[in-house]
Design a protein around this ligand. Sequence first.
Ligand code: 13P
Ligand code: SF4
Length: 305
Amino acid sequence: MDKIQELTKRIRDLAREKNAIILAHNYQVPEVQDLADLTGDSLALSIQASKTDADIIVFCGVHFMAEAASIVCPDKKVIIPVKEAGCAMADMLTAEQLRAFKKEHPGVPVVTYVNSTAEVKAESDICCTSANAIQVVKWTKAPEVIMTPDRNLAQWVRRHTEQTIYSWDGYCPIHDELTVEEVKKAMKEHPDAVLMAHPECPERVLELAHVVRSTSGMLKYAKETDYKEYIVATETGLLHPLKKQNPDKRFYPASPNMICKDMKKTGLEEILRALEQEEPVVKVPEETRIRAFKAVERMMQVPRD
Ligand code: 13P
Ligand code: SF4
């Protein structure tokens, strides 16, 4: 048995013993995704977290995701194996900044991307993910909407609605730094490939894309279409499940530089230690949680396509 197999077995045995469920985002390293009970995008994982009857949720992702699990499951112990795994975009907006932004646009509903802190969610009317942002904004039926914290996701939504959108100037550095030159180079090298892009990419990249999808949306698209080659404009961690689920197809990164260091901080040793010690625990204070939960709960009510 090699090291990965041995650690995987120890974690799985301990998880069973402690009635713990292990959730992993699609950007996690391969061995963590392979170990998890469930993998998915932010929306899928929030929904799964709300449905589980496990006593402990081990969230392999970044801090805002574990907070989201704590928001929907206040009675469960939520553990993040690496406390320092954060999200640069979520850190670009504080609750105080959002309160000031709301004052500039009084009465305008706030749609906040799940890549945000619990405190920012608590200041928002409704949440959205990359998989449902357009539906959520339309669902508000408001002529004007504030969207935070991602300016690129907001711009993508703007192209699909008549509503006026005031966006916060946040962004994901990993997606935002993808250049048109890099994408065109990949397209030249793989002329028959379909380009799938995440809406966190800048508009100039999205204009080149054949389809714009969340990470799980890309997995679904690759499975359901007959193309043989795909260029993937998102964090390179997604290549693992894409290849695993479609062994007869080929997937290429739009740029090999699309790596989120925070998503790679979690390894099997960190998971084992966290499960043994049952910490670090992520617990959103109740007053904040109740307000943030309303925004998440409203999102869950929006019909999905
Ligand atoms: P999704 O998996 O929801 O598409 O999100 C991408 C992301 O950047 C998560 O941090
Ligand atoms: Fe945040 Fe971007 Fe990393 Fe996702 S990929 S966790 S948005 S920094």
